[in-house]
Design a protein around this ligand. Structure first.
Ligand code: ATP
Ligand code: MG
Length: 424
């Protein structure tokens, strides 16, 4: 039955689990606030051309993974396969360069679509938390972006993640390095997988990212980009490492680290949770100083990252040490007995909500006993019973579910009573 079966590779957040996501999102918002970032929300789909230019034709994403379709107006539309290109498009189209620079933005729970083989940690629709900074060229900005990602992870109580760092040069030094790579991989052409043979001419750097073990064997002997960096790129990379060391970040320089997108320059990094299995990269990012120009804006440096929220949750469950418990759904449950009491409970619920309390009452016609049972399941602190006697006296019979104490409270004082008791 297709109707009651979700498509392959999608995740969903069930109501009993959403508090986890909210806790993670709160943490991300708070960290971004501390770093002076503002939220940006961009569309879920864009013109396909944006991703061809802004992600790059030699990437796996563009070659194999995009959800592309023609809309009813005959335009080619693509569901966002990553977060940066859309934000870059907004930056150019909406003239965000007029804001004070650097423009520091983040996005939360942003849906990302990739046609991949679904498996643990790999979905066809996943969600990313990410940041993008435009206008700042200095290496301190690179360090801040990495620190922001680490602070989010740490504040969730996740420890033991590894930061992998590399510089992949700039338009000045990269062409010579690419020639070297072409020469090296050319000698091993026959060994490479068909995809990598294609990459050889167009973008040999992409071979580093190949998942085939045979190609990885060839990659192991490739010339290191670290030795090919120009003076400026070298200085940038050294300064970045200085900032990281000064703030106590342990990292590993991995000269084989490249990134899945074509537009990266200089800094690239990944944050890896080694213990969560094959899909262990929680966060990936880097500098993309040429992206804005590439999509038609005025040359503007940029840096950012994307963090897979589903993978972060896996890491959190595997080795986070922050206890996560669902907060009680309700403060007060009003249990009426009889029709008149039901009407009174209904209106009292509205008053208590206006006073800031989380309140519910019966909509099922349950017996008092069944109502207590339901209230208990929601984890609420107080049950207020309203029957004929209570109505006659103008009171609510309150049971504190924590202490089992019971008392009568005048209806007019109910809000103040509950608020006071919950603040204690
Ligand atoms: P991978 O090498 O695992 O395919 P990637 O290099 O394609 O990752 P990025 O484009 O850097 O990934 O995306 C940023 C982050 O988004 C990743 O580090 C990961 O946490 C997450 N991510 C990427 N693809 C998926 C997916 N299919 N399902 C779930 N999370 C994903
Ligand atoms: Mg991928």
């Amino acid at each position: 039955m297709l109707i009651t079966k979700a498509p392959k590779g999608v995740g969903e957040v069930l109501p009993q689990d959403s508090y986890r996501w909210q806790a993670i999102e709160d943490c991300m918002r708070e960290t971004c606030r501390r770093f002076g970032f503002r939220e940006v929300r961009v569309p879920t789909f864009e013109h396909t051309e944006l991703f061809l230019r802004g992600v790059g034709g030699t990437t796996d994403i563009v070659q194999k993974e995009m959800y592309t379709f023609e809309d009813k107006g005959g335009r080619s539309i693509t569901l966002k396969p990553e977060g940066t290109a859309g934000v870059a498009r907004t930056f150019v189209e909406k003239g965000l360069a007029n804001l004070p620079m650097p423009v520091k933005m983040y996005y939360l729970y942003s849906p990302v679509f990739r046609y991949e083989q679904p498996q643990a940690g790999r979905l066809r629709e996943h969600h990313q938390f990410g940041v993008e900074v435009f206008g700042a060229e200095q290496p301190s900005m690179d360090a801040e972006v990495i620190l922001l990602a680490l602070r989010v992870i740490e504040s969730l109580g996740i420890h033991g993640l590894e930061v992998h760092l590399n510089s992949i040069g700039c338009p000045k030094c990269r062409p010579a390095y690419m020639d070297k790579l072409r020469a090296y991989f050319g000698e091993h052409r026959e060994t490479l997988c068909p995809t990598c043979q294609g990459r050889l001419e167009r973008n040999p750097l992409r071979i580093f990212d190949c998942k085939s073990e045979i190609c990885q064997g060839v990659v192991a002997g490739a010339p290191s980009v670290q030795e090919a960096l120009c003076e400026e790129c070298q200085a940038h990379f050294t300064a970045l490492q200085g900032y990281l060391r000064d703030t106590g970040v342990t990292y590993r320089v991995n000269p084989r680290l490249v990134r899945g997108l074509d537009y990266y320059t200089r800094t690239v990094f990944e944050i890896i949770a080694p213990q969560i299995g094959a899909q262990s990269t929680v966060c990936g990012g880097g500098r993309y100083d040429r992206l804005i120009e590439e999509i038609g804006g005025a040359a503007t440096p940029g840096i950012g990252f994307g963090m897979g929220m589903e993978r972060l949750l896996i890491a959190l469950e595997k080795y986070g040490d922050m206890p996560m418990e669902e907060p009680p759904l309700l403060d007060v449950y009003l249990a009426p007995m009889g029709e008149v009491a039901k009407e009174k409970a209904f209106s009292l619920a509205q008053d208590l909500r206006s006073a800031g309390l989380a309140v519910d009452t019966d909509h099922m016609g349950r017996s008092l006993k069944a109502q207590f049972k339901y209230a208990d399941k929601t984890g609420c602190r107080f049950v207020g019973v309203l029957g004929d006697n209570e109505l006659a006296e103008g009171v609510l019979h309150v049971k504190d579910m924590k202490t089992s104490q019971e008392c009568n409270i005048p209806l007019a004082e109910a809000a103040a009573f509950f608020r006071g008791a919950l603040e204690e």
